[in-house]
Ligand binder design. Structure first.
Ligand code: NAD
Length: 254
């Protein structure tokens, strides 16, 4: 069964200014398009210039080329995007990478790389964006992309799973410390979503097996995740903070 088409019936995000990292493709691009469809003005940060420019042009937004593993470039790129938007109401920390390796063979360089891309930039962007939110009078929301691996682990993905568990913890601390400014922070824990991530090793047997783990009998599509991100970005989610929401088709229920 395929995902129903996006049907944003209300412009819940009119007047909101959003920045999405890793917005050039996959889940991030779906989030950019969905936030824009609901009325937000969106800027995206990514390594990939051609698809990044295309997504930005499609939504009338701004593309900022940034390698998020470079802390100074990340600070400067986000500041540039926020200046262009005139502020920031919604930060979506989505960019990430996945590597597979048996636990006993993970090179420490790969461990460090995973945290340098999946986790550390979220601290940096949260610091830069939250300072601006507070300076501009408070309020705002931060949405971090974790993974079901951050809760359930994942054989062959120790470094990825650990980096995503850290994202869940960072999100909880963000909620605890910034709630007094009216800033909420939540994370999404997608299951198996059909994107470029993992595509090079994906087999039809894998897809059949993982589909069978969902009571819905299918894998996720980027729009399954973007719909939940748009909800979290909207006033409908005003009283949610510090949560880690599974978007797994029921593969994970805790
Ligand atoms: P994807 O590989 O299709 O997209 C990731 C995006 O992040 C790309 O546009 C890429 O260029 C960007 N990116 C990667 N490294 C970067 C860097 N150093 N600087 C700037 N941009 C960089 O992956 P996706 O499936 O869309 O994943 C999006 C998020 O969702 C990731 O955080 C991922 O861990 C998480 N997630 C994905 C799945 C899945 O099954 N696809 C499951 C759980 C969680």
């Amino acid at each position: 069964m395929s995902t129903p088409p996006v049907t944003a019936t209300a412009a819940r995000l009119t007047g909101k200014r959003a920045v999405v990292t890793g917005g050039a493709r996959g889940i991030g691009a779906a989030i950019v398009r969905r936030l824009a469809a609901e009325g937000a003005t969106v800027a995206l940060l990514d390594l990939l210039s051609d698809p990044g420019e295309t997504v930005a042009a499609d939504v009338g937004g701004r593309f900022v080329p940034v390698d998020l593993s470079d802390t100074e470039a990340t600070r400067a790129g986000l500041a540039d995007a926020m200046d262009d938007l005139g502020g920031i109401d919604i930060l979506v920390n989505n960019a990430g990478i996945l590597r597979f390796s048996p636990l006993l063979e993970i090179p420490v360089e790969d461990w460090d790389l995973m945290f340098a891309i999946n986790t550390r930039p979220m601290l940096v962007t949260t610091q830069v964006a939250a300072r601006r939110m507070i300076r501009d009078g408070g309020a705002g929301t931060i949405i971090n992309l974790a993974s079901m691996a951050g809760k359930a682990g994942g054989a062959g993905q120790a470094h990825y799973a650990a980096s995503k568990a850290a994202v869940i913890a960072l999100t909880r601390v963000t909620a605890l410390e910034l709630g007094c400014h009216g800033i909420t922070a939540n994370c999404l824990c997608p299951g198996y979503v059909l994107t470029e991530m993992g595509a090079d090793t994906r087999t039809s047997e894998d897809m059949e097996l993982w589909s069978s783990y969902s009571p819905l009998g299918r894998l996720g599509e980027p729009d399954d995740v973007s719909a939940v991100a748009a909800f979290l970005a909207s006033p409908d989610a005003a009283y949610l903070t510090g949560q880690a929401f599974n978007v797994t088709g029921g593969m994970v229920m805790h």
